[in-house]
Design a protein around this ligand. Structure first.
Ligand SMILES: C[S@@+](CC[C@H](N)C(=O)[O-])C[C@H]1O[C@@H](n2cnc3c(N)ncnc32)[C@H](O)[C@@H]1O
Length: 246
């Protein structure tokens, strides 16, 4: 079975913070195990992607001599990220001239879309070192520059004020979803534009968000048990209790 993101399949627990010292040249590993392909819903962006998740997952574990690593999320364009990237490219005013955070960046897809839409600067944040490397590589291949951040920005001690925070497909694990929602709510309360792309993962707090667009996203059957996933873009407005000045 592939690394599906139904949320209810995935064991809950504290966030994993993988460090991969054994593969010193992550860039070479990524290039050797992926190939460039246009993103189905965002064909103006080409990403280094894998054909299948499980063989790459095993290869990473074999090369590192470690078991229990997280799936290679960075090697795929997930439904939430595709919808959010499409939405930003079609509505560039959402990010134009802004300092943007792409939370849970994976391949860097949303970060790249934000730069192409005219953001002033974009940080791609992901706790997986491979995702950070992939985001830098994919950004360069798409002729934009982003900054990568492997720190866990959800940990609470990060006080950077972003003008816009974007999150593609992060609501698949209970604990991370809760921490992401708290983080996003804090930024919305401070006046940041907060946008989420999500195909209805188990821990998406949909009753606390506003659905602003819908997309039919072509996805990998190996990952999702579907060819197309209906995916929404949501925005987060501060609730009354969140709207006290931060
Ligand atoms: C399903 S992927 C989505 C990637 C990308 N946004 C997309 O839509 O294609 C989820 C990503 O969240 C990352 N992640 C999990 N917990 C995180 C955290 N606390 N901070 C940042 N990223 C995290 C994972 O490493 C993974 O790359």
């Amino acid at each position: 079975m592939g690394p599906r993101l139904r949320g209810d399949d995935i064991e809950d627990g504290s966030p994993r913070m993988p460090e991969h010292p054994a593969i010193s040249d992550k860039t070479a590993f990524i290039r050797a195990n992926t190939r460039p392909r246009a993103v189905p819903l965002v064909p103006e962006i080409v990403l280094l992607v894998a054909d299948e998740a499980v063989p790459l997952w095993h290869k990473t574990e074999e090369e590192l001599g470690e078991a229990g690593l997280p799936p290679p999320f960075w090697a795929f364009a997930w439904a939430g990220g595709q919808a959010l990237a499409r939405h930003i490219l079609d509505h560039p005013e959402l990010v134009r001239g802004k300092r943007v955070l792409d939370l849970a960046s994976g391949s860097g897809l949303v970060a790249i879309a934000a730069m192409k839409a005219g953001a002033a600067a974009v940080t791609a944040a992901d706790i997986d070192a491979f995702a950070c490397a992939a985001a830098l590589l994919n950004a360069a291949d798409n002729d934009v520059t982003v900054t990568a951040c492997q720190d866990d920005v959800l940990a609470g001690s990060f006080d950077t004020r972003w003008d816009a925070v974007l999150a593609g497909d992060i609501f698949y694990e209970r604990d991370t979803a809760q921490r992401a929602f708290d983080f996003l709510s804090r930024h919305a309360a401070r006046g940041a534009t907060v946008l989420i792309g999500d195909p209805g993962r188990s821990y998406l707090p949909r009753d606390r968000m506003r659905r602003i667009a819908d997309y039919s996203v072509p996805v990998t059957r190996d990952l999702e048990d579907a060819e197309i996933k209906r995916t929404a873009v949501w925005d987060l407005r501060p609730s009354k209790e969140d709207s006290t000045p931060a």
